[in-house]
Design a protein around this ligand. Sequence first.
Ligand code: NAP
Length: 264
Amino acid sequence: MDMGLNNKTALVTGSTKGIGKAIAIELAKEGVNVLINGRNYEEVERIVNEIKTEFPATSPQNATADIVDIQQREALFKKSPTIDILVNSMGIYEIMQFEDIEDEVWEKYFRTNVLAANGLSKFYLPKMLKNNYGRIIFIASEEAIMPSGQMPQYCMTKSMLLSLSKSLSKLTIGKEVTVNTIIPGPTLSENVHQIIDGIYPNEDLTFSEKEKDFMSKNLPQSEIQRFIKPMEIGRLTTFVCSPYATAFKGSPIRMDGGMVPTIF
Ligand SMILES: NC(=O)c1ccc[n+]([C@@H]2O[C@H](COP(=O)([O-])OP(=O)(O)OC[C@H]3O[C@@H](n4cnc5c(N)ncnc54)[C@H](OP(=O)(O)O)[C@@H]3O)[C@@H](O)[C@H]2O)c1
């Protein structure tokens, strides 16, 4: 299906790895010129070249920046003042005990997972409204609506994104601009792959055997009993970016493998 995105420009934050990278690839597949972001210039350049080789009709660009840092964000705005699509995928997560989480850690999570995405949205949304076209997508997590208790500092930030997304959506009334949140469940990023391999050092087991055992013991709520593939989140994000998805306004869009047991 042609998603009607050819020649659009998209900034995907945290796109050198995992979900962000998969989103960038799926957008490039649709002819989108993607701005690849991460903190390491060489790593970003490597992904830009990978995408350019695979999708030569597109013009991927290097958008290296630590987007938590206000000055680096501003340098990025100077370099790329207008975009059609902003995907706020960058986020940090870590299992932590509530008693061990100092105020500085709560603040770090807020700055990294909320303020960075907010700062980018604050810059790009008015331009999208002026052009009467644009898409902003926040990547949250099933932990936003179903906190497991294992990472309260992370869940807080992901719940906040749902609220922020709806508030921004209220500014888009009557416009061809949408702001939505995608809620992935457990997804097989490189990080998650390494964590599973670390839990099962036995090399005789295939990854899918490890995954099956891990899912049944740790994530029995999952109805797919496997990790979601980053490409699946990428494909969904691409659809939400498309002109066919204009009626999604401030929506929390779940692709959680059935993790959340409720209807809404
Ligand atoms: N994986 C899951 O199971 C899962 C499930 C639900 C939701 N999510 C959410 O999905 C998003 C992506 O997760 P993931 O697991 O795919 O992440 P990941 O593999 O850890 O990738 C993180 C990306 O962000 C970049 N990055 C980190 N800090 C940055 C900063 N300050 N400025 C710019 N780039 C930065 C990293 O590159 P550098 O380190 O080189 O900068 C990398 O490209 C996150 O928001 C996460 O909360 C993940």
